[in-house]
Design a protein around this ligand. Structure first.
Ligand code: FMN
Length: 223
């Protein structure tokens, strides 16, 4: 990709775009009784409308030195226990979450004028669940998990590709590739989930579920 200067009109367009959101609404009486049911309904609609990577979410964590950091991961499971994703426990996010389980997540479903904001704590999923998920990944992804110490520096692309070749050789005779101990799932257990529906003239709907004992309270926020 070349890095020529961006023509001014394009930059202007990108910075000044102002979309007036459509006629969709989210009223209290339409809301499911819990955030997981509401979330799965919206996720299905995002998939139905062919939102690109509808299960992609941007998670925010706090590094051990107190700095925030964020990145995209893919949701791989959701039920009444929470929202599960898989990663390297020794990555930046892995180390952050082990030191401080506080986490936020955003599903940015822009084409639907929607976002879901999740706040809670992330804890490792059971090893059996991580094994199960890992065993169903393509072999190339399994080899990559062994070959990449995620978020740690490396001396160039060649060194990474050499690690992949070494791992392939190591498992050449193995029918299945086991899960590396440092790789597995986190489940976000939410205490707050906001459903945001864009509406015309910036008068958006924002309905927030907050955990109250074994149930959920719903509050509307001003846009
Ligand atoms: C669409 C998309 C999906 C991604 N999914 C994952 C994922 O499920 N797990 C993961 O560890 N990294 C995933 N990544 C890479 C992360 O964004 C990130 O680069 C990596 O996890 C290292 O983050 P960290 O250094 O903050 O730990 C994804 C990136 C993109 C763009």
């Amino acid at each position: 990709m070349s890095h020529d200067a961006v023509p001014d009109p394009l930059l202007e367009k990108a910075l000044r775009t102002h979309t007036d959101y459509g006629q969709e609404q989210l009223e209290e009486h339409e809301l499911a009784g819990d955030p997981f049911t509401q979330f799965t309904a919206w996720l299905a609609e995002a998939a139905e409308h062919k939102v690109y990577e509808p299960n992609a979410m941007v998670i925010g964590t706090i590094d051990p030195d107190g700095r925030p950091s964020s990145r995209t991961v893919l949701l791989r499971g959701v039920d009444e226990r929470g929202f599960a994703f898989y990663t390297d426990y020794t990555s930046r996010k892995g180390r952050a979450l082990i030191a401080n389980p506080g986490i936020s997540a955003v599903f940015p479903w822009y084409p639907l004028h929607r976002q879901v904001l999740i706040y809670g704590e992330a804890h490792k999923v059971d090893e059996a669940d991580s094994n199960d998920y890992f065993s169903n990944r393509p072999r190339g992804a399994q080899i990559a998990a062994w070959s990449s110490d995620q978020s740690h520096p490396i001396d160039g692309r060649d060194a990474l590709e050499q690690k992949v070749r070494d791992t392939e050789q190591h498992f050449a005779e193995a029918e299945t590739v086991p899960r590396p101990e440092r790789w597995g799932g986190f489940r976000i257990v939410p205490d707050r989930v906001e459903f945001w529906q864009g509406r015309t003239s910036r008068l958006h709907d924002r309905l927030v579920f907050e955990r109250r004992g074994s149930g959920w309270a719903v509050t509307r926020l001003q846009p």
